[in-house]
Design a protein around this ligand. Structure first.
Ligand SMILES: *Cc1c(COP(=O)(O)O)cnc(C)c1O
Length: 411
């Protein structure tokens, strides 16, 4: 007997029509026959619901930014613009996509440890805020501003002296390529002010993909304390502070949703107790996967069903070239199964143990290992959930000459 491995929790809000998974009211098989396979499907309704829940949980005065590196698909980005208060970008390419989608320059901020001069120039020309990651990057930005005769809008990205506990990706606490160490912050702000540029404030991002409300609450409190200390040392109030993000989503068996009501209540209390120097500061959090991850599903059709030494393999026309993270090859140590289903038999009982694999000629290309699924055959459609973030955009689409999957935004 093959031991069945559990799959991650299917996000709430997905329902069935005629026994099939339906997204935006359309059946998986119809979506694939109209748009091709493999296919990423993003749901407006799921995006709207997530934003409504988050707004309700967070303090009113807190801005909610979308970190578009999670999913830069232009129709999705356009949908997110009126729902959010700012867009966080991480490259000149994302700047172009954001401006083309209609984002206002004053609502865009640009972070990333290796900004090229041409990217800094585009950002300064456009008038977006640049989160400065080092004193030398600051000098380059000021020199480019002087050459263009434009005042750069600069915030300081701080490398915090703490990390976000339990986070999947630590972005602070120790030696890091992101942001600048605390002792460099005040002298760099001084340089910005002396050069006559606009100092926008701080960006402090301690980590990603945390599921513990208590860990997020602790990090937000530490972030606000650090910002107050820095502002006091500088002797000037920051106009804006980006508190980072880090709210994760459940991908794996046993993972649970973050208690965002608890996070919001704690933050509201903390914002009421701010020291005077931060009393007129505007605060934001920046989120990627939490806003869009669960709103996306990757659909891929079964092209072969085969057995090897008693094990069943469902071979699909998709794979890690679109879903690197689900294959276990994007920042995970132990491979575990993402939430998955036979979309075309969504309501059927699981009656066999199968491994769902991609079409690439590598043993890394696994979408689900020894999962309990209803019996599926060639032509059936597989769904991999949590595909709205770091799917299409963070996978090696050109590997083996495969090319990207189609992406659609549905109701
Ligand atoms: C990647 C990134 C984010 C988004 O992370 P998620 O885990 O998708 O929420 C936010 N801010 C910065 C600075 C990032 O690098």
């Amino acid at each position: 007997m093959i031991k069945t491995k559990p799959t991650g929790p299917i996000p709430s809000g997905y329902s069935s029509v005629d026994g099939e998974l339906a997204i935006g009211g359309q059946k998986a098989s119809a979506l694939v026959s109209e748009n091709g396979s493999p296919l990423f499907v993003y749901s407006k309704k799921a995006l709207d619901m997530r934003m409504t829940q988050l707004r309700a949980a967070m303090p009113d005065q807190l801005d909610l930014h979308y970190a578009m590196k999670a999913n830069p698909f232009p129709p999705l980005l356009r949908h997110m613009l009126p729902l959010t208060d700012g867009i966080d970008i991480a490259s000149g390419g994302e700047l172009r996509i954001a401006l083309d989608a209609g984002a206002a320059a004053e609502k865009i901020s640009f972070a990333g440890p290796g900004k090229r001069d041409d990217e800094l120039e585009q950002a300064i020309q456009a008038g977006v805020t640049i989160n400065i990651e080092s004193p030398t990057e600051c000098d380059r930005a000021l020199a480019i501003g002087a050459r263009l005769n434009k005042k750069p809008r600069l915030a300081i990205r701080v490398n915090p002296d703490f990390d976000l506990k339990g986070s999947g990706m630590k972005m602070g606490g120790g030696a890091k390529p992101f942001g600048m160490d605390i002792e460099l912050v005040a002298p760099t702000v001084k340089r910005i002010l002396e050069a006559g540029a606009v100092w926008r404030g701080f960006h402090i991002f301690a980590g990603s993909q945390a599921l513990s409300a208590d860990a997020i609450i602790e990090t937000q409190a530490q972030t606000l304390d650090l910002a107050a200390r820095l502002a006091t040392a500088i002797g000037q109030a920051p106009a804006h502070i980006n508190l980072g993000g880090g709210i994760g989503i459940p991908y794996f068996p046993g993972d649970e949703q973050v208690d965002i009501a608890k996070v919001g209540q704690a933050l509201a209390i903390k914002l009421k107790q701010l020291p005077d120097i931060l009393s007129s500061t505007q605060f934001a959090i920046e989120l990627g996967r939490y806003l869009v991850g669960e709103a996306g599903v990757y659909l891929t059709q079964i092209v072969d069903r085969k057995e090897s030494q008693g094990q069943v393999f469902l071979v699909t026309d998709g794979g890690l070239h679109h879903q690197l993270a689900a294959s276990g090859n994007f920042g995970t140590v132990v491979r575990r199964n993402y939430p998955a289903a036979i979309a075309s038999k969504f309501d059927a009982q699981a009656d066999e143990t199968v491994s769902i694999v991609g079409c690439l000629c590598t043993p890394l290309d696994r979408l689900s290992d020894n999962a309990a699924m209803p019996k599926a055959d060639v032509g059936d459609v597989v769904a991999i959930f949590c595909a709205g973030a770091y799917g299409a955009t963070a996978s090696p689409a050109n590997f083996l000459g495969q090319g990207p999957a189609e992406e659609i935004l549905v109701e």
